[in-house]
Design a protein around this ligand. Sequence first.
Ligand code: GAL
Length: 669
Amino acid sequence: MPTKALWGDGRLCYGGDWNPEQWPPGVWREDVALMRAAGVNLVTVGVFAWSRLEPEPGRYTLGWLDRVLDLLHAGGIRAALATPTASPPPWFSLRHPDALPVTADGVRLTHGSRDTYCAAAPAYRDAARNITEVLAARYAHHPALALWHAHNEYGTTCHCPHAEAAFRRWLTTRHGDLDALNDAWATSFWSQHYSDWAQVGAPRATQYLANPGQLLDFRRFWSDTLLSAYTEQRDLLRAANPQVPITTNYVLGDWVPVDHARWAREVDLVAVDHYPSATGRGAEEQTAFAADLARGWARHGAGKPAPWLLMESAPNQLHTAGRMHTKEPGRMTRHSLAHVARGSAGVMFFQWRAPAGGAERFHSAVVSHAGADTRVFREATALGAALGRLTGTAPGRVEATVAIGYDAASDWALRHPGMPRAGLDHCGEAAAAHRALWHAGVTADVVPPGTPLDGCRLLVLPALYLASDATVDWVRRHVDAGGHLLVTWLSGVADEHARVRLGGYPGAYRDLLGVRVEEFHPLADGERVPLTGGGTGRIWSETVHPAGAETVSAYAGGVLDGRPAITRHRVGDAYAWYVSTRPDDDTYRRLLTEAARLAGAVPTCPGAPPGVEAVRRHDGDGSLLYLLNHTDEPQRVPAAGVEMLTGEAVGSALTVAPGGVAVVREEPS
Ligand code: GAL
């Protein structure tokens, strides 16, 4: 992996999106001076600059970008040079109306925002390849270039005739023949049998429930189509200079646009954008989950622990729930270092300088509308200095002995219409399991099925609905090797085509778990069902028949009164747990603490007080203990070594300031 240019000098990456095309050259010089003052060493350039680079078809105006890159180089700042293909210029849309995207309702969108193209339209792909080649030819050997940043947050879909034709081609590769497609999509239901490929289309607006197999394949098709748009850019960039690493920034959150795990094999470095949708404690939990997800993708792609990069985050305000939330002092630093603790090779912001106009004029920036004489700029400068003190610590391996299975396709399938309950959410269930472990102080990997599980003592499958034979095999191999397993409701219920595995739920894992589920009893929003031993279940409940498993907790009331809710099955020396409802957060934390303890997966820093997040990151020289104090009080934490941000020796414990962070280079034990 050619990532030497990024951290060959041992420095963590620090910077963000910089948009010089929005400013006159005087501001560029001021920006570079400010970047140097803040300790910035990497900036994404040109990500939405297509209309400035190619104002008319085939006429290129690159002089300004030459000057920008030269200026950065002179200032000792490296560039993550973007291809601008996420926002084609107006001339493109007018010239190629057939490349404008069409929604499922048949509405063709028009120019006026960004991401308005169909990635299956030949004209769009030609234009994207063309501007990529122009940039590659001009800049592949520029001394400022450290990383290619292809596109921005691939994630669009389209239902136009180009997309439909490409979907059919994709389906022939996936299924081989129509018989296999009819079988996978269960088209004998509702007279949907296809007798000719020409009859197969994109899932447009339908009279009633759409076909789940078709919906699922359409999502997979778009993930693969966007991936091919990325790989064709990547190959052009690589051909121009194989030494420069290439990536694209994944968008993540409640929305799962592509199968990031498949993408991880095609990038030199997994890069993610993270904007929590929660504020307060919820934001800390989401930050840890997102970072562990990114690390899981990196590990999946590389087949071994690998670094990744936080490519975008908010230096200040977040836009969520219809308004802007300003981060209180310290939060930006804590969130940034939480990502580094969990494996990021640096911290990048969206964005460096706030624009005066445009749709995102009120999105947060290191240099805000008020300028650089601000608390945010001062905090960013202090963070730059802190990252400087961590020079030589990247990349490393994060210590984790629990893994949570996560799979984009399961998330897509659970959201299909016609499920036993609306609002099912695999990503949310993975986050809930992660949150419970986070509060228990146990660091978890979040991994796509198939990821090597070396070192994992407990594997958690949270509503991992789809189970291909390969996924079942992966789970079995973990258990055969002595690993513990905890499976929650709806996991393994369907195969990879979203067809139910018959014989009782959860078809794929019944024997491992020693249970057979006969009926689902989904709960209403807000409904709670009491459990023996305390706590409640929500969202879901079901009729569980033990078939070898012992009951750990039963439903206490309602139609399932006295029936098992949580069970445990002995498999060799390990346990395979089944959880048939979503326990409340406290019950879930206690349950996972116990399952982890029995599996030999202990908290990272057993003496850390509640509200202090502890993560251990190993590098060539030993281990670093990151301690993040999310409370408003100073917290005393056991540790020994040298605190890297202050240089102070730590005997047996240290005090972490309210809202503060400490990084202890631990004494070898
Ligand atoms: C990201 C995107 C950026 C910017 C940012 C605003 O998802 O990549 O271009 O839109 O959100 O928060």
